[in-house]
Design a protein around this ligand. Structure first.
Ligand SMILES: [Zn+2]
Length: 191
């Protein structure tokens, strides 16, 4: 998570990108004059303004080179994030799924439904079933690299209300879940 504000626009949401040493800053703003920094140009997609510290700007004769470096940095970050997103091990996923179970609960309707389908109280307890509302909010932070968790780690990305049904590996670690959609009119019961 970004805690340092963007040196150009002071935004702390983490939407602007900058390398740890601030050699290149990619800011969503273009028309800002910030002392110590120089606007180089927009990225090709037009999403970012590329800024460099003034001292580096003087040393860099070619804005194209700066842009290339910036785009390479963006690509590197994107790949790194992608790699992180799939890199949670089974035991790490188990820990994050357990955080979900600990802070959510099973509502009466879903519990009755499970019982109607023949599950015992013990099976229900062991299964760790929990009910979720659309865009379920979380009190406790969960690693955003876990599938279904939003970027802030404080909510889920589920569109439908439903029931989380967890899957375990042979070691008993909770490695994933499906959402059983409460709304019976939704085409696929599991999402
Ligand atoms: Zn910015």
């Amino acid at each position: 998570k970004k805690s340092n504000p963007c040196p150009i626009c002071n935004n702390i949401t983490g939407h602007c990108k900058y390398s740890p040493l601030n050699e290149i800053i990619l800011c969503h703003n273009f028309d800002i004059d910030v002392s110590g920094y120089k606007f180089v140009k927009k990225t090709r997609g037009g999403h970012w303004g590329v800024f460099v510290p003034e001292r580096d700007y003087k040393a860099t004769l070619d804005p194209e080179t700066v842009l290339l470096r910036a785009e390479r940095e963006l690509e590197r970050k994107r790949l790194q994030e992608q790699k992180q997103a799939v890199s949670l091990s089974d035991s790490e996923r188990h820990i994050e799924h357990t955080k979900l179970i600990d802070q959510l609960s099973l509502n009466f309707g879903d519990e009755s439904d499970l019982k109607r389908r023949g599950l015992t109280d013990e099976q229900i307890k062991k299964g760790g079933f929990v009910s979720v509302k659309q865009w379920q909010k979380l009190r406790e932070y969960v690693n955003p690299n876990l599938a279904g968790v939003n970027v802030s780690g404080k909510g889920l990305t589920n569109f439908h209300d439903g029931l989380l049904c967890f899957a375990k590996n042979p070691k008993g670690e909770i490695t994933g879940y499906q959402i059983r959609v409460s709304d019976r009119t939704v085409n696929s019961k599991y999402v």
